[in-house]
Every structure is written in structure tokens, then in C-alpha cells.
Design a protein around this ligand. Structure first.
Ligand code: NAD
Ligand code: DAU
Length: 339
């Protein structure tokens, strides 16, 4: 089986490639990535040159490049992780989010249709449902929750989901969609909450918590997300949306304190800064559908996953220190100066 994995040089895509190599070593994987600021070839270095793995640097929104690639590779399955993924960047500059997340998805869908791909899987997010109030812990996102995106990022992801649904209904294309909650684990770019807090704490820099830090996210260890996608590819129903989440809701401030505690750093490093515009209050997935239909359950408890994650950033300082010292420094100054 030959699978194109887009965005495989990023956080979840690379973890998915490593997962698939372990669990299905017989699959042939073609990783397509534009290598934006978030794509890192060092992550993929251990498998470059190995049999049944190819890396192609290309933009998913480049129609000719995608058609040429599909013509040459004739994939059976396409899993689309490629995206602009950071909410704060989308608030600064939405255009590239529409270009990659919406137009890129459309190009991939057209390529899949043209070359008769057997399955297209869209990696989406719980953010397409908007947010839930803090005072209604009884409410959860189900697959039937209406789309109500808040940020340019989530609006672009919701638009891509709608396109996938339309291509399934109109052209009968074999599409599945998964909407996952917040992931954490190795190889996450240090602009996202957990790796940013680990990196800053290790450098004794302030930990910028937006507002009071009372917003709630539902954290899932990245490998559990990869296992869910694998299961959907194998046993999922075409045309179906699957919500993926771990019933692991936590306030941001508690995540930050946990990181400080593991690293034995003082809470005085916490700095409350101006809130994110339009900041979603709470995300919470009801994962009962994927559990009931496919038997998926998360395997990693947060207490273990966060220890493993902090350990990984301690053991792989080279990986993230290069990032933090490079172009990301300019982004950091822009995003947090005077906040
Ligand atoms: P990431 O930003 O770490 O990686 C994105 C990757 O896509 C990078 O390697 C980048 O170079 C590549 N890319 C960007 N634009 C491209 C283009 N035009 N053509 C080809 N490649 C391009 O993102 P991530 O956190 O790994 O997220 C992966 C997917 O999972 C995204 O679709 C995101 O919406 C979704 N998702 C993420 C989370 C999370 O918590 N991180 C949760 C649910 C869903
Ligand atoms: O829910 C899934 C989504 O999770 C994915 O679709 C996105 O791609 C992914 O980036 C993530 O979005 P969030 O906005 O929830 O993640 P982020 O790590 O940016 O922020 C998590 C929470 O922490 C959020 O409430 C904002 C807050 N935060 C974030 C940063 C970067 C801070 O308080 N301080 C920070 O410096």
C-alpha cells in the first residue's frame, strides 16, 4: 500500500510517519512537505534514505506539482496533515491559512479524484466547533455539533472540512475526517503552549500565560492521535467524521504549573500577559463515537505523557534550541513584545 502523508515534517505528521513505520513497516510512505517555518528535516533525518520512504518538498496548493506527484506515485491513500496550524499566527496574518488550509485541501481533493485514490483522510481539529462555556462542564463536542469557528485558523479548517464533505457527496469520493483535540509530545514546534513553556522554563525566561490562564484544553498524547487515524484508515466508514479526544481537560495555568513542577522551576516565572483576541474558552471532545464504532481509546495518561514529553525536550535540546535561536526569535519578539 502506498500512502502520501502531507505535512510529515511537522509535529503530528512526523509522529504519524514514525508510528506507521513501526506498526505497518510494509507500507510505502511518500512524505510531501513545503518545509515552512514549522517543517523540520532534522526530524525526519533518521528515516531519510530508508527503503519504502520518500520525501518530496512541495506545496500542496501547487496544482501542477501535486498532479505530477500523483501521476508519478499513484498513491492508494492520502492523509493530509499539511496546514498552517498556529492560531496566533492566523490572527496576525490570515491569508496563508486560507491558501494552504483551504486551497491546498482543494488541490489534494482534485488530485485524489483525478487519480482514483482509494481513501483521502483529512486531519482536522476540534476548533471547528468553536468553544464551550466554562460553567457548562456537561457540554461536549460531538460529531453533530454545528461548525462555529472563532479564529481565521479554525475558519480555514472548517472550510476545508466542508469541502471534503462536498466532494464526498457530489463526487462520491472516499473521504474520512478526524477532528482531534490538543496534541502534545515530541517534535512539537516551540510556539505552542507546552513546548514553549518547557523551553522558556529551561532558560529561566518568563512563561507568558494569556489572561488568567483559565481557558480549558483537552490534551491528548500525539501517539494516541496517530493510532486513531490508523484505525480510521483501516476500519473507518467513508463519509464519516470522527472526533478524537481523551477526556483530559485542563486549565492552561495548571499545565504551566505542571511543567514548572517537573522541571523544578519556581512559579514566579509565570507572567500573565494580554489575552489572545477572540480566545476560545473551553474545548472538550466527546469521543464515545470512535470508541463505540472502532474501539479506540487513548493509551497514555496525561501524568505519564507529560513526563515523557518534558524528558524528550531535555534529551533533545539541540532540536529545539536551533529553532528558538533562528527565525523564530523574530516571531517571538513580534508576538510577545509589550504584551
Ligand atoms: P505543524 O505546524 O507542526 O506542521 C505542519 C506541517 O505542514 C509542517 O511540516 C509544514 O512545513 C507543512 N506545510 C505547511 N504548509 C504547507 C503547504 N502549503 N504544503 C505542504 N506542506 C505544508 O502542525 P501540526 O500541529 O503537526 O498539525 C498537523 C495537522 O493536524 C494540521 O492540519 C492541524 O490543523 C491538525 N491538528 C493539530 C492539532 C494540534 O494540537 N497540534 C490538533 C488537532 C488537529
Ligand atoms: O484543539 C486543537 C488545536 O490545538 C489545533 O487545531 C491547533 O493546531 C493547535 O495549535 C492547538 O490550538 P490552541 O490554540 O489550543 O493551542 P496553543 O498551544 O496555541 O494554546 C493552548 C492554550 O494556551 C490556549 O488557550 C492559548 C494558551 N497560550 C498559548 C501560548 C502559545 C498561552 O497562555 N500562552 C502562550 O504563549
Amino acid at each position: 500500500m502506498k500512502m502520501i502523508v502531507t505535512g510529515g515534517a511537522g509535529f503530528i505528521g512526523s509522529n504519524f510517519i514514525f508510528y506507521m513505520r513501526r506498526v505497518h513497516p510494509e507500507h510505502e510512505l511518500v512524505c510531501v512537505d513545503k518545509l515552512t517555518y514549522a517543517g523540520n528535516m532534522e526530524t525526519l533525518a533518521p528515516i531519510l534514505g530508508q527503503p519504502r520512504f520518500t520525501f518530496v518538498r512541495a506545496d500542496i496548493a501547487d496544482r501542477k506539482a501535486m498532479y505530477d506527484l500523483f501521476e508519478a506515485e499513484r498513491p492508494d491513500v492520502v492523509v493530509n496533515f499539511a496546514a498552517e496550524s498556529h492560531v496566533d499566527r492566523s490572527i496576525e496574518d490570515p491569508a496563508v491559512f486560507l491558501q494552504t488550509n483551504v486551497m491546498g485541501t482543494q488541490v489534494l481533493l482534485d488530485a485524489c479524484r483525478r487519480y482514483g485514490v482509494e481513501r483521502y483522510h483529512q486531519v482536522s481539529t476540534d476548533e471547528v466547533y468553536g468553544d464551550l462555556p466554562l460553567d457548562r462542564p456537561d457540554l461536549f463536542f460531538t460529531e453533530k455539533t454545528p461548525l462555529r469557528a472563532s479564529s481565521p485558523y479554525s475558519a480555514s479548517k472548517a472550510s476545508a472540512d466542508l469541502l471534503c464533505g462536498a466532494y464526498h457527496r457530489t463526487y462520491g469520493m472516499p473521504i474520512t475526517i478526524s477532528r482531534c483535540s490538543n496534541n502534545y509530545g515530541p517534535y512539537q514546534f516551540p510556539e505552542k503552549l507546552i513546548p514553549l513553556m518547557i523551553a522558556n522554563a529551561l532558560e529561566d525566561k518568563p512563561l507568558p500565560v494569556y489572561g488568567e490562564g483559565l481557558n480549558v484544553r483537552d490534551w491528548l498524547y500525539v501517539e494516541d492521535h496517530c493510532a486513531a487515524i490508523d484505525l480510521i484508515l483501516e476500519k473507518g466508514r467513508v463519509g464519516q467524521v470522527y472526533n478524537i479526544g481523551g477526556h483530559n481537560e485542563m486549565h492552561n495555568i495548571d499545565i504551566v504549573k505542571t511543567v514548572l513542577h517537573i522541571l523544578d522551576k519556581p512559579e514566579s516565572l509565570i507572567a500573565h500577559v494580554t489575552d489572545r483576541k477572540g480566545h476560545d474558552m473551553r474545548y472538550a471532545i466527546d469521543p464515545s463515537f470512535i470508541h463505540g464504532e472502532l474501539g479506540w481509546l487513548p493509551q497514555t495518561k496525561f501524568a505519564d505523557g507529560i513526563q515523557k514529553t518534558v524528558r524528550w525536550y531535555l534529551d533533545n535540546r539541540d532540536w529545539w534550541e536551533k529553532i528558538v535561536s533562528g527565525e523564530y526569535r523574530d516571531y517571538y519578539e513580534r508576538m510577545y513584545a509589550g504584551r
